[in-house]
Ligand binder design. Structure first.
Ligand code: SAM
Length: 286
């Protein structure tokens, strides 16, 4: 039975092991059963699923995952938490605790071992200091992925979901939406965590596209163009791309591409849709 979402039980475990929170690891443990249920419901887990959890902490969300999933692998960096996890998860035989840094784990090997090529569901209350590298690492690893359901800083969730012409729209919105449909499923205030984080949080569900929607000729180049377009947000797209040291395009080449797309030469990156960025990068490939 999952029991750690209740604050009293979390406090008891922390005391039993004299646990000291490590700020550098972004440790804010969930103590709200409603939020835990919302995460697990949004992830839509069945006993057929293999779930990868990043940063299990004392195993609170892990208990909920073990109740629903066929198999769970939970990757935790903090060695002080490993004996605690062995205790709080002892009644489950469908979980492997992996003591490692998620950025160093071979996710392809894990996915192969447990899921034999079937899509993986990732669920996590993420350490906020490495949200972007974790998400981009998962998408770029090309593992078979079904969805990523994660707690992140509220501002970051809004950036992932944002569309063109809004203040939150940027390279992260485009990178995430290239791979997945993004939907915020809950806003979570600081009092749902122990200790309370300084910022608001949100649960966002990223459902991976099942096929290539965009027909990109060179993904690396597409993302280099996107990053350059937002590096100098107030500049026109032409200047942003022309000033980027890692892009070889002359002003004339960029002007010709924009004209071919029917866009004004004064256009800024923030008003282009993802499809338009793809078109621009494909035109500039030739
Ligand atoms: N899942 C727990 C919960 O919801 O209560 C804890 C979430 S806490 C926000 C983030 C967890 O990620 C912590 O347990 C922290 O030690 C762990 N963590 C931080 N950096 C990590 C990394 N690079 N690899 C794996 N785990 C990490």
């Amino acid at each position: 039975m999952a029991s750690l979402g209740i604050p009293r039980n979390t406090i008891e475990i922390l005391k039993k092991y004299n646990f000291v929170f490590q700020k550098k690891y972004g440790q804010n443990f969930l103590i709200d059963t409603n939020v835990l249920n919302k995460i697990v419901d949004a992830a839509d887990i069945t006993d057929n699923d293999f779930v990868l959890e990043i940063g299990p902490g004392i195993g609170t969300l892990t208990q909920y995952l073990c109740e629903k999933a066929g198999q769970v692998a939970a990757v935790e960096i903090d060695n002080m938490l490993i004996p605690i996890l062995e205790d709080t998860l002892k009644e489950y035989d469908n979980v492997e605790i992996i003591h490692n840094d998620i950025l160093k784990v071979n996710i392809n090997e894990l996915a192969d071992r447990y899921n034999k090529g079937k899509p993986v569901k990732v669920v996590a209350n993420l350490p906020y200091y490495i949200t972007t590298p974790i998400i981009m690492g998962l998408f770029e690893s090309k593992i078979p992925l079904n969805s990523i359901t994660i707690m992140v800083q509220k501002e970051v969730a809004m950036r992932m979901q944002a569309g063109p012409g809004t203040k939150d729209y940027g390279a992260l919105s485009l990178a995430v939406q290239y791979y997945a449909d993004a939907e915020i499923v809950a806003n979570v205030p600081p009092n749902c965590f122990m200790p309370r984080p300084a910022v608001g949080s949100a649960v966002i569900c990223l459902k991976k596209h099942k096929e290539d929607l965009y027909g990109v000729k060179d993904e690396k180049r597409l993302f280099a163009i996107i990053r350059a377009s937002f590096n100098q947000r107030r500049k026109t797209l032409i200047n942003g791309l022309n000033n980027a040291a890692n892009l070889p395009y002359s002003k004339v080449q960029i002007e010709t591409a924009l004209s071919q797309m029917g866009l004004p030469l004064t256009v800024r990156g923030e008003s282009l849709t993802l499809q338009q960025f793809v078109e621009l990068s494909n035109i500039l490939q030739v």
